[in-house]
Design a protein around this ligand. Sequence first.
Ligand code: SF4
Ligand code: SF4
Length: 470
Amino acid sequence: MSAPLPATELPAPALSAASPAAPALPANPASDPCVHCGFCLPSCASYRVLGTEMDSPRGRIHLLKAIEAGELELDATVAGHFDSCLGCLACVTACPSGVRYDELIEATRPKLNAPELRSPGQRRFRQLLFALLPYPRRLRALLTPLRPYAGTPLQRLARSSGLTRLLGPGLEAMERLLPPLAPEAFTDDSPLVVPAQGERRHRVGLVLGCVQRLFDPEVNRAAIEVLSANGIEVVIPPAQNCCGAVTHHQGELEQTRQLAGDLIIAFDAVIGPGKPAGSEPLDAVLVAASGCGHTLKAYDRLLANEPAWAARGSAFAARVEDIQEFLERVGLSKEAMARLQPLRHGDGTPASAERPLRLAYHDACHMLHGQGISEQPRALLRRIPHVQLREATEAGVCCGSAGIYNLVQPTEAAELGRLKAQDLSGTGADLAVSANIGCTLQIRQHMEGTGRAIEVLHPIQLLARSLAGS
Ligand code: SF4
Ligand code: SF4
């Protein structure tokens, strides 16, 4: 195991707005080893729904090479073929030639944000999203008046009557994702330190995520309960905003670096000599949303060109783990294992050997393709008594959420959401399981249309319920 995260006493220099972020990406797509075999096409979500070569990885690599050679101009039409990419990275997993499409698209995204490549309406909508989503306080201010509406018969009536269509495609897509809003979504009242139950085995930090803490606060609560029950002390810095995933995946690198710096400062503000969470270092920084985890693990690259921040970004990134990755690495404690109870079916009957609870685990793209995590969540779920895993037929294909993709490309995203919900429901499972808030909201939204809607929960929620015997 690597050394614990040192409690840093470094000052907090301002991030330079002028210096470019450092994706450390291949500058020259022409040198990429794509042999045009097309093996990546069946796994490509955008090719799946659009069916055009230029909306596939192979087609986009061809476009990049043509731009690089000066044979093609990056105009609005060409940019549209890159905007249709979900950034799901399934093509990277599928490619037998080792083409790093992830690096190519990450280097391309910032160029797509040139004002002339999008309409004024598209630009304004994106600006709204980037001014809102990464900042929980702003999002809460917007959502507060919607509390009597979200998840109520009023919302169902507005949708079924077609009233929400008057909002226009972008805002209508936002409304469609709006879940019931729990009261705890509007407070940040987690204790700074949650002690380990029994003998302390580890001490970790927890990143709450911006959208997750508002739209599904039970996930973070379950994460804290599961960690504590396993002898793990949890430090939760209160002044957390977004980790930067929302902007990172859209090539808004300056804002991403600012958000990354702010999050590091939020941790440094509470850990260290004389600070409120004490000077003991953290063994890991955990997160229960895979889109966030993917960006948190990239802080070393994102901050590499900032002399005052490079070391801090690397130290932080080196300690980041998905909560499931961490729990499988360190193992559940004997005490926690002894407490795990069968979960209950919808009719209240506990799962049993004769009637197991069937789960369909959804592989979030930034978990599977972005972080290479697939077995750990399944292994954790199998520790719950009388659970049976069912595999979807297209487990590696994107659900259409992809950060803000389902808001800025709602038509394509809806088609992918329908396919994913149908696939998961079609396994015959009693529950679907998703470890990324974006996917969870997307799949929940489209479950209604499957004819066999099943609940979608985070694996950590199931572990917490099993530990509680509920
Ligand atoms: S990216 Fe890889 S899989 Fe896709 S066409 Fe090129 S070489 Fe083949
Ligand atoms: S990242 Fe996903 S959507 Fe984009 S080209 Fe690769 S497989 Fe297709």
